[in-house]
Write a protein that binds this ligand. Sequence first.
Ligand SMILES: CC/C=C\C/C=C\C/C=C\C/C=C\C/C=C\C/C=C/C(=O)SCCNC(=O)CCNC(=O)[C@H](O)C(C)(C)COP(=O)(O)OP(=O)(O)OC[C@H]1O[C@@H](n2cnc3c(N)ncnc32)[C@H](O)[C@@H]1OP(=O)(O)O
Ligand SMILES: Cc1cc2nc3c(=O)[nH]c(=O)nc-3n(C[C@H](O)[C@H](O)[C@H](O)COP(=O)(O)OP(=O)(O)OC[C@H]3O[C@@H](n4cnc5c(N)ncnc54)[C@H](O)[C@@H]3O)c2cc1C
Length: 633
Amino acid sequence: MKCYPVPRENLVLSIDNLKDDIPEEYLSHKECYENVIRKGSVLYDIFSELSKDRKHKAHQAPSNAYRISDGIMQNVNPFLLHFALFVPAITNQATPEQQAEFLKHGFGIIGTYAQTELGHGTFLRGLETTATLDLETDEFVLNSPTLTSYKWWPGGLGHTANHCVVMAQLYVKGKCHGPHLFFVQIRDIETHEPLPGLKLGEIGAKMGFNTADNGFLGFHNFRIPRNNMLMKNSQVLKDGTYVESKNEKLTYGSMVFVRVYLLSDMAYMLARAATISVRYSAVRHQSHIKPDEPEVQILDFVIQQHKLFISIATSHAFKICGLWLWQTYSKVMEDIGKGSMDRLPELHALSCCLKTTSTRDAGWLIEQCRLACGGHGYLMSSNLPSLYTTATAAITYEGESTVLLLQTARYLIKSWKRAMEGESLPATVSFLSEYFNKRYNKWENTPKGIVDGLKLVVAGVTKMCAESIQKHVSRGQQYEEAWNSSSVQLIKASEAYSRALLCEVFWFEVDKVSSTLSNNLAVVLKQLAELYITYWALEKRGDLLVYTTISKDDLDKLQERYEELLALIRPNAVGLVDSFDIRDEILCSTLGAYDGRVYERMMEHALKSPLNAETVNQSFHKYMKPVILKHKI
Ligand SMILES: CC/C=C\C/C=C\C/C=C\C/C=C\C/C=C\C/C=C/C(=O)SCCNC(=O)CCNC(=O)[C@H](O)C(C)(C)COP(=O)(O)OP(=O)(O)OC[C@H]1O[C@@H](n2cnc3c(N)ncnc32)[C@H](O)[C@@H]1OP(=O)(O)O
Ligand SMILES: Cc1cc2nc3c(=O)[nH]c(=O)nc-3n(C[C@H](O)[C@H](O)[C@H](O)COP(=O)(O)OP(=O)(O)OC[C@H]3O[C@@H](n4cnc5c(N)ncnc54)[C@H](O)[C@@H]3O)c2cc1C
């Protein structure tokens, strides 16, 4: 086995044929895909070698290891679904024997996760793909009965994957048992031709993610062995007996894994955008603050600090909360392995709201970083547009944001009812039980006081939702209708809950470790955590005025403290983004390179435009000149 020197970054970034002569933005849709497969295959080979001595771990903790691909495949890695969903689905949902069988070829197969259909993405119980047991042949027959039942969106499905895990409605002896997962080979390993009975293709250009190879897949009487149903949680025996899962929602476990992962993923996306925009803001001189002094670094404008420092702080917030959520996930998975599913609803609720808030915040904050760089932020060479389109895709995939917030709201309402009945609650929602005792507590202008205030907002809004639902029911609506009528407030409750969680975990995790850090580091981290909490207290001042005893005077003091924190962070701003330690080859930005040679890099990049290969483009002679001469007076 070839031994590769570590660290991986040096190894990967030293490989010549992983570099692009022509920037990706000048390639066609097809060339982009072919180019990313070229590079992805080299990476796939390296990681296959590196991973040979490592068993497929069901759940790998968030790390930056796979981030090297962000530099190599600036858009999206078409093999990502293999690692992010295909392998975790098998290790999470298949029996040990099935895992050994399905994963025996290791990286010899390339998979994706095919759940969403043209007609259904959110409502999984409405999926139309069918898997019908044929008792005589001991097989399942897969079919796409309608156009809307075609699998549509799975990453890598169009031309990359040769296997997939398919979510289909299980039919045994005429009875439907709901959505289940199946291991399906879709292309010939040698020729890569689609197998007979399948219709495969790519779904077309998107606003971003254009190298993800999102595809479509239709089945026509496609047969797979009965053993290809992932049978860890539920089984279909040879005689057609269906053995139910202890909890039918365990089938959805793969989605929870990625939702949990995305918090750390967004931390990294934001770290890149913050690095680019803060470094650029230190290089860019524009306008005056004191009329008789030279043009200033735009980073000296306080409003520029207001736009950017929240991104630095949020990246740390998501990283710290991402690790906290990962620990919760790992513990719940361990409990499930021991047969206890008590905390699964809590994990589902946490992952839904935190995935939504982190992906939404990453989206608007990256856009804010782009806008803070003026026109140059609008250049593809800044890499901010690509970061934006890649991050915002996550608001939709892995569970659309509105839908996931409503899932968390479902948990909050249940928890509120349990609190009102005097039941004890998990620590992450126990504050609901203390609402009436703490509602009129004196406001404290401290990070802990703000966290307590944000929790009162959650409890107050949840109480309002419960009352709204009850009101609609008392007026004759069914519960589900009453739920729908109250959904605007339910979303607000989940959003408030997510924000309170992020503030609480960020502050207390930093506070907990600060004694182990050097004084300077502890001071700066606490400043970032306090900035984050104060920023959101000011953003949510309306809710705090309604649900807590905060006063106008308290808010004025918070605004003053917030501006103090901006000034305190300013001297460390460039050092803070440098400490994200993202190499230029992974940052891929003319504005954010470590050496600060912004203008030279912009010009170097511009000259790579194919249009600059000649001084007069042929279109002048072919199209413009005849018209100019015709209308020349
Ligand atoms: C080397 C690299 C290694 C790793 C890299 C890893 C990650 C990289 C990071 C990022 C990139 C990742 C991927 C690449 C890009 C794209 C991939 C995208 C993939 C996809 O999009 S996959 C498809 C995602 N689709 C969805 O999420 C569908 C959303 N819909 C649903 O989940 C359900 O339909 C919904 C909305 C929950 C409703 O379901 P249902 O109608 O059945 O439920 P109810 O609402 O009636 O509730 C019933 C009950 O069940 C509970 N529940 C629901 N879902 C879950 C769950 N997932 N887990 C646990 N429990 C669940 C719910 O709370 C209710 O409980 P209750 O009755 O209240 O007690
Ligand atoms: C870049 C990208 C990559 C993807 N990769 C994959 C993949 O690899 N594998 C895969 O299986 N899927 C993938 N998807 C599909 C993704 O999971 C779905 O797009 C997502 O689940 C949303 O479903 P939908 O698009 O059908 O929208 P819908 O579910 O139709 O939702 C449309 C709108 O209706 C609203 N709505 C729906 N239901 C409710 C409700 N109950 N209450 C209130 N409002 C509601 C939603 O909030 C949303 O605004 C990907 C999508 C994208 C954009």
